[in-house]
Design a binder for this molecule. Sequence first.
Ligand code: PMP
Length: 394
Amino acid sequence: MNPKFARRMIRFQESDLTPILRLAANPEVISFAGGLPAPELFPVEAMKKIAVRVLDEHGKRALQYSSTEGHLPLREKIAARTNRNLKTSLKAENIVVTTGSQQSLDILAKMYIDDGDCILCESPTYLGALSAFNACQPSYREVDTDGEGMVIADLEKALAEEKRAKLIYVIPDFQNPSGKTWSLERRKAFMETVSKHDILVVEDNPYGELRFEGTTPPSLKSMDTKGQVVVLGTFSKIFCPGLRVAWVCGEPAFLESFCNLKQAADLHTSTLSQYEIDAFLSEHDIEDHVRTLVSVYRERRDIMIRTMDEAFPSEVTFTRPEGGLFTWAEMPEKVSGRDLFMKALEKKVAFVPGGAFYPNGGHENTMRLNYSNMPPEKIVEGIRRLGEALREAL
Ligand code: PMP
């Protein structure tokens, strides 16, 4: 590493995952590695027309600098949708538009974390959040997590032991990477526990709207009586990630400090992107678009899980997500996800080795599989090949 770099760069050396994931990008490879939406479902024609119309009607404003908190009509629409989906009662003043939720994760770490402060997270957790948080050099406390969410006894223990705990980061709906969703009881118990502590809860919810069956439990934010929870939402998975438009919901005083940092980072999110999404929301039925995504992703989930049932050795267990983009597999301890990745790549199939999702290491016998980005016939072929690689590894 360049000796002139700041100390924080130690955590940003190329990870051993980067070169292997580059191999997964080869178009000949059937890749379950990324977390990408299905590009064939992007509303390209509608957005082409909107791009022209926005420039015709609002060109001078849409190409200009704009406010840090975001385009007001868009914030109003986001508040209304969030209230419907998360059973909250937010207004536009509770919403700031961000450049992807990734930016919120970066800003929240800068707002709360000094070197050595502790972030509590699920085990496993979202790799991209760890990358964003790492710039502030936190320590991580992984809280035991089962099929219903964070294990409350372990959360209580962590809160009692970690004197420098500042922030709890959770993804209660169709978690990345595990595909798991927290139960209602666990959400209630979680909120009861955290409300006894002066700690920020970050509820990251990019996948909640992509529910294939069952009913959506109330969000943590809807049970938040102290203004302790901030929620992150994004258009990346329900619309398209390329415009980089997302949002953070919180109390106005919190958002004022958040905006001071956002202003320092990028002044504001792309004005043009915000106008374009606002126009789409005005002129089209995004709920209809989300229903299309849900039916396509449900079919892909079904095909992936069915083929895993048929093709994976019985010693391999995996989650059956009710929504979102991922399933998560656990293999016998002797199988390393990283070694299996290289074997699978010889068969031209890829996934993300699961060890990377644990900030304190271990759990190498795991893998994350994405089903949204491959057509059904490739899912079947890819999972069969992965089944062969697994049998060889066992
Ligand atoms: N949080 C989670 C849990 C995610 O899975 C992702 C995207 N993979 C993000 C945040 C970042 O999303 P965005 O495109 O809005 O930056």
